[in-house]
Design a protein around this ligand. Structure first.
Ligand SMILES: [Mn+2]
Length: 209
């Protein structure tokens, strides 16, 4: 059992994305001493593939000290430091909160979870948010809801959440998206775009690393 694990899933049309992002993910795992686990089979029955992320994370937080997730449509750039160095000890979950025209929006494309019971309970709570199963943003919508984010003249953290105070927010360099880009990204991510555009952007960036 390794202390640090890096994981992702790629299934169906996302395999094409993973062809571009997978090699960089492997290099990153090697460079910083992560065990790399990538699932190519479906893990959650009866839910869209995005929910496989929650199943995979739930199984891994029971067995590792640190579980890092990076989406198949996100490219780790060579030279990115170990994300473990950006994490606070007293925060069980770290991710980027984007500032976009939609508001303040946490993004689950890149996240880090401490191993242990709190992360496990959090993921179970996220899984129980059945109304978001077919949401446009899938599990990300459920995570944001659980963290107390609501749509009130833009998305923002206004509802009470027992979890939000224990979330650490990473610099946007860790999840640089076209709507909220970092000047010096560690990870570039292309959410909410047609597959061919994502593929084009990922290939363009992969050619530079
Ligand atoms: Mn994504």
């Amino acid at each position: 059992m390794s202390a640090k694990v890096l994981c992702s899933t790629a299934f169906g049309p996302h395999l094409e994305l993973f062809d571009v992002t997978g090699p960089a993910l492997e290099r990153y795992a090697d460079r910083h001493g992560y065990e790399l686990l990538v699932a190519h089979d479906r893990l959650s029955r009866g839910r869209p593939p995005a929910w496989d992320k929650i199943v995979m994370l739930h199984s891994l937080v029971a067995r590792h000290d640190l579980v890092v997730w990076i989406d198949a449509d996100a490219l780790v750039l060579d030279g990115a430091p170990d994300i473990a160095g950006a994490l606070a000890r007293n925060r069980f979950l770290h991710l980027v909160e984007h500032r976009t025209s939609r508001g303040r929006v946490p993004n689950t494309g890149v996240l880090a979870l401490q191993g242990g019971g709190r992360s496990k309970r959090f993921l179970e709570h996220v899984w129980a948010q059945r109304r978001f199963v077919h949401d446009r943003w899938w599990e990300n919508a459920a995570v944001n809801h659980v963290l107390g984010y609501r749509q009130v003249r833009g998305v923002r953290p206004i509802a009470t959440s027992q979890w939000r105070g224990r979330v650490g927010f990473l610099d946007r360099a860790w999840n640089s998206i076209p709507d909220d880009p970092s000047a010096r990204p560690h990870v570039v991510h292309f959410p909410g775009m047609p597959l061919d555009e994502r593929l084009h952007e990922l290939r363009r960036h992969a050619a530079l690393v």
